[in-house]
Design a protein. Structure first.
Length: 429
């Protein structure tokens, strides 16, 4: 596939085309969600491992698609901190810029702080997550997954994205942080509007914050056995705004990424023969399919971001102080040079290889307890679904499945399936 913005570079003559292209790549368009790996291959061919890109609104950034270069950026928190305050484009950014909630502003949150302040927030959040009982989380997943399957099992058809993959993680996370179940679905709608980065993103961000501020107030008045109460009990002083922002980071980071992990894994099982045994109780194959997704179709394709603390060079590019670097996690995982060194073909054939960058890397990577919670939610949800509906099959041709129109997150718009109707868990057999 040759994309329009690469055609001029590809026609540049007989010299090696690598890094001959200079025009920035617009970070939008169907290629990012229909054929991203073809797009990344073209980028490598014409630009090398660090690609000049243009964000919506015409703002410049660098997309790091080389595995080694991404490892370098994420390993050097001093040269490439996650300090959004360094961005050299702030004077040009309008208040209603749709990517602003995702990129963020300087604020006292685990996600938008750097250095000592980031470590201070990590020391609050990580122990609160570590103290969660994984058996209890698994039990919540089983109960809530059964409840979601009950909602569709008698009719014989379902959309596994809207009916299952998207609501399950947020319902579990809502319990984990201390929300009553009835608030979970509204939070799911808020987070989807936020992640899509469309015109409703700013309003969704405001509603999200309101939910968390109310939760902090409620748990301060009546603590429980939940993440919020454990954070409030920490002896280090934090403001209510800091608690709310950290809870927003926990919930947002764990929701749609886990939902996409579930739906991408189910799509793989339903469309590729090598994973078909997963649909008939092959528990080992569920894990293999999930690992394959982290390598080949990472839910987080592009992550914002890092900012250069000073002028430097990376991947043959001159990076200026304050430039934004976007982490091309999905592209780096398929970097052919590194995969050849690792002996990785298709990751599903190497189930023990966890060297992917799906959870990022370095000081700011997804904390281990959060990864464990996400994996428990995804795997338990998939296993419950397959146990309850063992004859799942796609209701449309595989080529008609549509990806969410996002360069940043890789997930399905819908995953329509059919199956033999079965009783709900509350029905007599």
């Amino acid at each position: 596939m040759t994309t329009p913005f690469l055609s001029a570079a590809s026609a540049s003559g007989g010299s090696c085309p690598a890094q001959t292209a200079t025009a920035p790549v617009p970070l939008s368009g169907p290629a990012f969600h229909t054929e991203p790996q073809s797009l990344y291959r073209d980028m490598r061919h014409s630009y090398g491992p660090v690609v000049p890109v243009e964000l919506p609104g015409g703002f410049p950034a660098w997309l790091v698609i080389g595995y080694r270069e991404l490892h370098q950026v994420t390993s050097d928190g001093e040269l490439f901190p996650r300090d959004v305050g360094l961005w050299n484009q702030w004077e040009h950014i309008p208040e209603d810029w749709p990517l602003l909630p995702m990129v963020g502003r300087p604020m006292p949150s685990i996600y938008f702080t750097a250095g000592a302040e980031h470590r201070r927030h990590s020391a609050l959040v990580v122990p609160a997550l570590e103290a969660a009982d994984m058996n209890e989380i698994r039990s919540h997943c089983e109960e809530l997954a059964d409840r979601l399957v009950d909602g569709v099992c008698a009719r014989g058809t379902a959309d596994l994205v809207a009916d299952f993959a998207e609501p399950l993680p947020v319902l579990v996370l809502a319990r984990l942080v201390g929300f009553p179940d009835e608030e979970g679905r509204d939070i799911a709608r808020v987070l989807k509007d936020l992640a899509d980065g469309g015109p409703g993103a700013q309003e969704a961000y405001g509603r999200f914050g309101e939910h968390m501020r109310h939760l902090v107030a409620a748990k301060r008045a009546a603590p429980g056995d939940d993440v919020t109460s454990r954070m409030l009990a920490d002896p280090e002083p934090f403001t209510d705004e800091e608690y709310a922002l950290d809870l927003m980071a926990i919930t947002a980071a764990g929701h749609l990424t886990t939902a996409d992990w579930i739906s991408n894994s189910l799509r793989l099982m339903l469309t590729e023969d090598e994973f078909a045994e997963s649909l008939v109780g092959g528990r080992r194959s569920v894990g293999e399919a999930m690992n394959e997704v982290l390598w080949e179709e990472s839910p987080t394709q592009i992550l914002a971001g890092r900012w250069a603390a000073r002028d430097t060079r990376l991947g043959g590019r001159d990076i200026r102080a304050g430039d934004m670097l976007l982490l091309g996690l999905g592209a780096a995982n398929t970097d052919p040079l590194v995969r050849q060194e690792m002996g990785v073909g298709r990751a599903g054939r190497h189930p023990g290889n966890g060297a992917h960058l799906a959870f990022s890397h370095g000081e700011y990577r997804c904390p281990f307890p959060a990864q464990e919670i996400a994996e428990t939610m995804a795997r338990t949800g998939i296993e419950v679904l397959l146990d309850r509906l063992p004859d799942l099959e796609l209701a449309v041709p595989a080529q008609d499945l549509v990806r969410r129109p996002s360069a940043f997150l890789r997930g399905m718009n819908a995953l329509p399936v059919r199956f033999a109707p079965v009783h709900t868990t509350g029905d007599p057999l």
